[in-house]
Design a protein around this ligand. Sequence first.
Ligand code: PXL
Length: 275
Amino acid sequence: MDKRLLTIQDISCVGQCSLTVALPVISACGIETAILPSSVLSNHTAGFSAWTFRDLTDEMPNILDRWKKENVDFDAFYTGYVSKAQIPHILDIMNQVARPGALRIVDPVMGDNGKLYAGFDDDFPMEMRKLVNGADIILPNMTEAALLLGIPYLAGIYTQEYIEKVLKDLYALGAKNVVLTGVSFEKGKLGVACYDGSKFDYYFTEHLDVAMHGTGDVYSSSFAGALMRGKSIIEAASIAADFVCESIRQTLPDADHWYGVKFEKALPYLINRLS
Ligand code: PXL
């Protein structure tokens, strides 16, 4: 049977993030992608002056009920930007409409550059731990790692010893695999560190020194798509890193394009890497 993935995150109508990234990217990987919108915003919250927000928590149990009656189930769940109140509903969904061996891929979307995104309270990271515990793979950036662990956020270049301690501490929160993004051991190189409880894996790319929104969602979506296509965790983590770089390269010529990356133009590259 072909694989079917459910992704749970917001619809930011404009802004090249969350579901407007996950749906096209994972579909382009050849994987049937079902969506559960956690909320609808006019645009994302990082850089626009304001936004509208419609919470959809109340629909979650209704939708789950329908799916159970229709025998709808999934091979994988991939969660992104969600709220505190949604976490128990998401756990219900993962428990009740899973095919045998279904994967739980959790991007603990909470913040970037050392700060929580607007709209999340300081107690959110403790709730997010409930999604992390029991996940097959978590994909935090360095900010989200610090928030989950309750440690200060450090920017810049890290020692291997520091990164491996962070990976072990994240693993101890109950995730079977940790894929940590935004890792750098030397100037000019940026990448990802993976830990499965016994061994560490690394992959680095050229550090394109520009800050662009939505790259975390482009990363996690392409990781999920590649993993569902049968790639190993380190292969999927590497393909996703290269796809983000290619998306940034496609965006650089347009200096006015500030709110996201032009991942659409990089999709042929991603498809090529998977074939
Ligand atoms: O890219 C993460 C993200 C997702 N959804 C919303 C956001 C952000 C980042 O700011 O605001 C609504």
